[in-house]
Design a protein around this ligand. Structure first.
Ligand code: N01
Length: 556
């Protein structure tokens, strides 16, 4: 136990309860944040709007939902006992198993006592007089906290499309990101799926096996690589466990995306056609996200990218028997990998089934939804149930849902009206003592999320320990540091092909959302080093003080 005074001595004043830190969200980020801060002797409260822990894996229960990062790597590394004892059953864990793992972690580390479920955080207001946050929750209470950590997730604000007549539909309407907890069964039903992102690409093959007929409404074709999912053998699990120290080190320090994999040392145009094709074939046969690691310039050089995109288009043409359907499924409007690449089990082959129809919304757009059909320009597609696989207001949506007021009463929503601005994705100037885990401006969604979550949680926990040891109570990013970081994030993104796609990385899926490339693309290893250097230099770019410092600069 620390001999240092508890921060909570200063936070007993107002409100229904006083904490050193309030954490918003009990997904993988919130749970580990609680574990770390409690380990430092802090009084912490986690609020979770869901009925249990697990975050994204609590909400995304659609048929076929599973992780697209291999389970032996999509898991916490902070406890060696945990990673040695947990038995993942498949190469890519299904949603139910990941949720079970999250529950196991909550129990094993006795986290539940500090997590308040079914409670939404509605408002957080910084009180400049006391340098504390007032946190208003959906149960009508107000808690006081020295620090607030937003562990709200990057893809947790499910987006309902604005389609005429949707509310008039008579059958059940489901959103993949907000799936019911009761079992769903589409047996004998005519089902429509709108959207063809990762969630649709996973659920379509499973729904097609149940439904009488499935109509897939595609606006933009997506690149997908076969998962090659399989049961993990004892030997495979043991090999990982033996090598975890090196696997985890590599994922943190060397991999751009936080995944242990063989890294390429040459570009796609350095090889002749036959060698290149053989490499793509090998990656296709292996399956998974690492297809994009066949060469080191696929996301940098359009000509290189074209070779990989052409290969996948060729595979689609080989798999899908009807040439018209194959053509519609071949993406032709964005470089491969510039939108999150999908990983599937039998997605393209599903379109060979007699009970599956593809509707191309580019040439035949949805006009309206009728009580029993989706009406497109050329006709009505009768359905009994509708699945919206239409994605999320990503990265900023779940933060924007909370009414957050910082210094001078300025809201985060106002500040981010032209796009999110952060220093390192961790803090936003004008909002002292408010941390974001995997926020915009950090690698987050471009990486194995758990690697990025652990790095942020450790950095925040170490930062708070540093402050405590020195009697410091307030931390805030400076405007200069934030401006430089935002410029750097943009500059790095512009060197890649990513901004060429209308992706949710760019906010392009939400009408009116500013088009800014939100995650930091420099790679998790580089990013970690930057964060470590900032800390080693006494938290360069942040101002720390004993009480709320008067800002040097006008608010941006
Ligand atoms: O959402 P998306 P998602 N009319 O935004 C279409 C992670 N994830 O839930 O591209 C018609 O990718 C939209 O069309 P368009 C992963 O990071 C991970 O599938 O905008 N269509 C698009 O096809 C992923 O990237 C896992 O033209 C409309 C689709 O809906 C992220 O979550 C599994 C429409 C939305 O695709 C999001 O994936 C699942 C409209 N009005 C998800 N509005 C794994 O770990 C939207 N669309 C495996």
């Amino acid at each position: 136990m620390s001999a240092l005074p508890s921060m909570s001595a200063n936070t007993q004043a107002a409100g229904d309860a006083a904490y050193d830190a309030v954490v918003v969200g009990a997904g993988f980020a919130g749970m580990y944040m609680l574990h770390r801060l409690r380990g430092q002797g802090l009084k912490v409260r986690v609020y979770e709007q869901g009925g249990d822990v697990g975050g994204t894996w609590y909400w995304n229960r659609y048929p076929g939902a599973r992780c697209d990062v291999e389970s032996m790597q999509y898991s916490y590394s902070f406890s060696d006992e945990l990673q040695q004892e947990w038995n993942w059953s498949e190469r890519y864990a299904p949603q139910a198993e990941i949720l079970k793992y999250a529950n196991h972690v909550a129990d094993r580390f006795k986290l539940r006592g500090d997590i308040q479920l079914n409670t939404r955080v509605d408002r957080a207001t910084f009180d400049e007089r006391t340098s504390t946050w007032q946190v208003a929750t959906s149960d009508g209470r107000i808690a006081t906290a020295k620090f607030v950590v937003l562990a709200t997730g990057c893809l947790s604000n499910a987006r309902m499309p604005d389609i005429k007549g949707l509310s008039e539909f008579k059958g059940n309407v489901y959103h993949t990101g907000h799936w019911p907890h009761e079992p769903t069964d589409f047996t004998g039903l005519r089902v429509g799926v709108i959207g063809t992102g990762s969630s649709a690409i996973q659920s379509v093959p499973v729904i097609a096996q149940q439904a009488r007929h499935l109509t897939v409404f595609q606006r933009t074709a997506n690149f997908s690589i076969p998962a090659r999912n399989a049961e993990l053998t004892v030997e495979e699990r043991e090999a990982f466990r033996r090598n975890y120290p090196e696997i985890r080190r590599f994922a943190r320090e060397e991999a751009r995306n936080g995944i242990y994999a063989e890294l390429p040392d040459r570009g796609a145009l350095d090889d002749g056609d036959n060698t290149r094709r053989a490499k793509y074939e090998a990656r296709w046969a292996k399956g998974g996200l690492t297809f994009m690691l066949a060469y080191n310039n696929l996301i940098l050089d359009k000509a290189a990218n074209d070779t990989a995109a052409g290969f996948v288009r060729g595979k689609i043409a080989e798999i899908v028997r009807d040439p018209e359907t194959a053509k519609r499924l071949q993406p032709d409007d964005h470089p491969i990998g510039s939108k999150r690449i999908c990983v599937d089990t039998d997605y393209y082959a599903t379109f060979n089934r007699p009970n599956v129809t593809l509707v191309d919304l580019k040439s035949d757009p949805i006009v309206e939804i009728l009580p029993n059909a989706v009406r497109t320009r050329t006709g009505d597609h009768e359905i009994d149930a509708l699945v919206l696989a239409t994605g999320f207001d990503a990265m900023t949506g779940s933060v924007a849902k909370i009414d957050i007021s910082g210094r001078g009463g300025r809201t985060l929503k106002q500040k981010w009206a032209e796009g999110p601005r952060t220093y390192l994705g961790l803090m936003s100037q004008g909002f002292p003592n408010l941390f974001i885990i995997t926020g915009p401006g950090s690698p987050s969604v471009l990486s194995n999320m758990i690697v990025s979550i652990e790095q942020h949680v450790d950095w925040i926990a170490d930062c708070l320990a540093f402050m405590r040891e020195r009697g410091l109570e307030v931390i805030e990013a400076t405007k200069e540091a934030e401006d430089q970081w935002v410029a750097h994030v943009n500059e790095v993104a512009q060197q890649t092909l990513y901004p060429q796609a209308n992706s949710w990385y760019m906010g392009a899926n939400i009408p009116g959302k500013p088009r800014i490339f939100m995650p930091y693309i420099g790679g998790v290893g580089v990013y970690r080093q930057i964060c470590n250097d900032v800390a080693a230099k006494g938290y360069e770019g942040f101002v720390m003080s004993q009480s709320a410092p008067v800002p040097k600069m006008a608010a941006s």
